[in-house]
Design a protein around this ligand. Structure first.
Ligand code: CA
Ligand code: CA
Length: 236
């Protein structure tokens, strides 16, 4: 029994996630549980499972120590130890299952950056709104939707640190004047993060961008034909 436990403990300690290229040579990555510590990066996303596993592991190690100090090995102690061993085995299996599942890991296409479960690409070229939309669609995504202050801050901080220029986001009132619709088809909820006195363009200004300058990257509506940088998003 002790030998089995030690094997499980060693396996559990070594069960660290890593990304691996699948055998078919495809570009998609997946997580595997490999008995090698800290191979590759970035780490897989299974913090909760690891925390649980470590708790069980600590308990297991404590019981092994107690067993080693008890030469007679009482039946109750052995039964309790077996229970913990079984629990540890179950946790390891759950962890492996989670790591192997696609949902366990969010990967972004090349040039895209991950933030809160969504992948973003900041363009290095400038295009009219419709062409920017088309480019994002071709990449399997859409122009970025900015539905939280957190997302707004992440995106504008990136623009502030790079291009420092007007940048399209996926919001327009092209279809119905005054009805602001995100590029995913949902309607703008709440007041939005507009610059002072924006939106103000009526039917002349139907597309929205981060306004570099006096608005400090708050939103502004402008004619859609202008060429600006743009941000694509793809759900991770
Ligand atoms: Ca308008
Ligand atoms: Ca405006």
């Amino acid at each position: 029994m002790l030998l089995v436990c030690l094997v499980l403990v060693v396996f559990a300690i070594g069960c660290q996630g890593r990304r691996a290229v699948p055998d078919d040579g495809g570009s998609e990555e997946k997580c595997v549980c490999n008995p090698v510590v800290n191979v590759g990066s970035p780490p897989c996303n299974y913090d909760g499972h690891m925390a649980d596993l470590q708790t069980v592991l600590i308990a297991q190690q404590a019981h092994i120590t107690r067993l080693q100090n008890n030469s007679k090995g009482s039946e109750s102690l052995l039964a309790e130890q077996k229970k913990i061993t079984d629990s540890l085995k179950e946790r390891v299996e759950q962890l492996e299952e989670r790591i192997m599942s696609k949902d366990a890991v969010i990967t972004c296409p090349a040039r895209y950056e991950l933030f809160k479960g969504t992948c973003y690409r900041f363009s290095t070229d400038q295009k009219p709104f419709n062409e920017s939309q088309h480019t994002c669609n071709e990449e399997g995504g859409r122009l970025a939707t900015v539905k939280t202050n957190e997302t707004h801050n992440f995106l504008t901080n990136h623009v502030r640190a790079t291009t420092k220029a007007h940048t399209w986001i996926g919001l327009s009132d092209v279809e119905t004047e005054g009805l602001w619709v995100w590029d995913d088809g949902t309607v703008l909820v709440g007041d939005g993060i507009w610059g002072t006195n924006e939106p103000n363009g009526g039917t002349r200004e139907n597309c929205v961008h981060f306004y570099h300058g006096v608005y400090n990257y708050r939103w502004n509506d402008v004619p859609c034909a202008r060429s600006y940088f743009y941000i694509c998003e793809i759900q991770g």
